[in-house]
Design a protein around this ligand. Structure first.
Ligand code: NDP
Ligand code: GDR
Length: 374
């Protein structure tokens, strides 16, 4: 592998996007540094395949302990690494959890971006270091225009989105005030087999796989009517990198321009395993019932109730519909999603079905298999 002499720093390197981005940048010849926070268990599953023994010469992937709520750690790491590019992907990224931990979410997701931008100033790196902020379609919240583009007004609907609104504007402000090459990627939902298990897509692909093997009876969900514009994380991290390679910093919407409901996601994921789901009832009483089974190996039977609504997954204020207009990214970055929605769902179901098969083997050998319903 040839090196390109560029140094990148990724916050949130242990997360979904961090893992895909680290791999992309290593393949492009970057020296990649990642910030991970201390945890009581290893939390590097997503990047273990990229690990390089720090005792070897010419290591190009290095991890540092730090936290977005701890300025001193950020300043120290940035001083040591002298990055050409910083990708701020770290966040308490779960919208529902942000209602339960609003202050921490504001601190990490809002103030965290400010701390990095200030570190760039304190260290005199305004002309050297380019900054990417992981902004979000959640900024549009109660949507003011369909589809949403860079000029659509924001109306955040959760502590998460309000914190991200601060991060968005502080990024714009530091660009204008200090001439830092700083930009916001306003990314719509993007998923993958590496997606955290409590986001709705992964929760669904994991559950239908386990239901098919008889490891779980029922999937409990919240708002089935919510609509999202879902793309693949692998495609989206490429745009994060491209945004930092332009002549001048700008903000971009990254989306597919197609939306599906949570209900449709369940149906399409289940169909991958040969299960047809029909919906009965409404609101809190709505259920997903097995209407047909095309695969003899599947353990559930016609008539089984495999999806139920549990109001505890409802959010105090919901974002009902998001649909992005990626025209600007298409024109200026040459953006076109590579992975279709059908391919995304298939890849996620296949990965979760393989994992469930391993659990099934363990169970059949007489060991207990734990199931996470959250
Ligand atoms: P994940 O939740 O998978 O990853 C978040 C990362 O941030 C993890 O590495 C996590 O560490 C780390 N982290 C959390 N809090 C802190 C902290 N206080 N200090 C340091 N690190 C911290 O998110 P995604 O990869 O899906 O998303 C990446 C970014 O993009 C996030 O900022 C998210 O809000 C944003 N975003 C995501 C979208 C999506 O659809 N995926 C869409 C639009 C924006 P640990 O592993 O220890 O938990
Ligand atoms: P979102 O993703 O809130 O869009 O934020 P999530 O997958 O959590 O929810 C999507 C929609 O599905 C509905 N829903 C459920 N959600 C979860 N998690 N669990 C359920 O059981 C359930 N049932 C229905 C939700 O109400 C919602 O409408 C993600 C995160 O990655 C953010 O960090 C990112 O900024 C946005 O995407 C863009």
């Amino acid at each position: 592998m040839t090196t390109n002499n560029k140094v990148a720093l990724i916050t949130g390197v242990t997360g979904q996007d961090g893992a895909y981005l680290a791999e992309l940048l290593l393949n492009k010849g970057y020296e990649v540094h990642g910030i991970k926070r201390r945890s009581s268990l290893f939390n590097t599953d997503r990047i273990d395949h990229l690990y390089q023994d720090p005792h070897e010469p010419e290591v190009r992937f290095k991890l540092h302990h730090g936290d977005l709520t701890d300025s001193t750690s950020l300043i120290r790491i940035i001083q040591q690494v002298q990055p050409d590019e910083i990708y701020n992907l770290a966040a308490q990224s779960h919208v529902a959890v942000s209602f339960e931990e609003p202050e921490y979410t504001a601190n990490a997701d809002g103030m965290g971006a400010l701390r990095i931008l200030e570190a760039i100033r304190i260290l005199g790196l305004e002309k050297k270091t380019r900054f990417y902020q992981a902004s979000t379609s959640e900024l549009y919240g109660l949507v003011q225009e369909i589809p949403q583009k860079e000029t659509t007004p924001f109306y955040p609907r959760s502590p998460y989105a309000v914190a991200k609104l601060y991060a968005y504007w502080i990024t714009v402000n530091y660009r204008e005030a200090y001439g830092i090459y700083a930009c916001n990627g306003i990314l719509f939902n993007h998923e993958s087999p590496l997606r955290g298990e409590t986001f709705v897509t992964r929760k669904i692909t994991r559950a239908v796989s386990r239901i098919a093997l008889g490891l779980q009876d029922c999937l409990y969900l919240g708002n089935l009517s919510a609509k999202r514009d879902w793309g693949h994380a692998r495609d989206y991290v490429e745009m994060q990198w491209l945004m930092l390679q332009q002549d001048k910093p700008e903000d971009f919407v990254i989306a597919t321009g197609v939306q599906y409901s949570v209900r449709e996601f369940v149906q399409i994921a289940a169909a991958e395993l040969g299960i047809t789901i029909a919906w009965e009832g409404q609101g809190e009483k709505e259920t997903g019932i097995v209407a047909a089974v095309a695969n003899p190996e599947v353990k559930c039977r016609v008539g089984d109730v495999v999806v139920k609504v549990d109001p505890r997954y409802f959010r105090p204020t919901e974002v009902e519909t998001l649909l992005g207009d990626p025209t600007k990214a298409h024109q200026k970055l040459g953006w076109k999603p590579r992975t279709s929605f059908a391919e995304l769902v298939k890849e996620m179901v296949l990965a979760d079905h393989s994992a469930a098969k391993r659990d099934d083997l363990v169970r059949n050998a007489g060991y207990r298999v734990y199931s996470h319903h959250e």
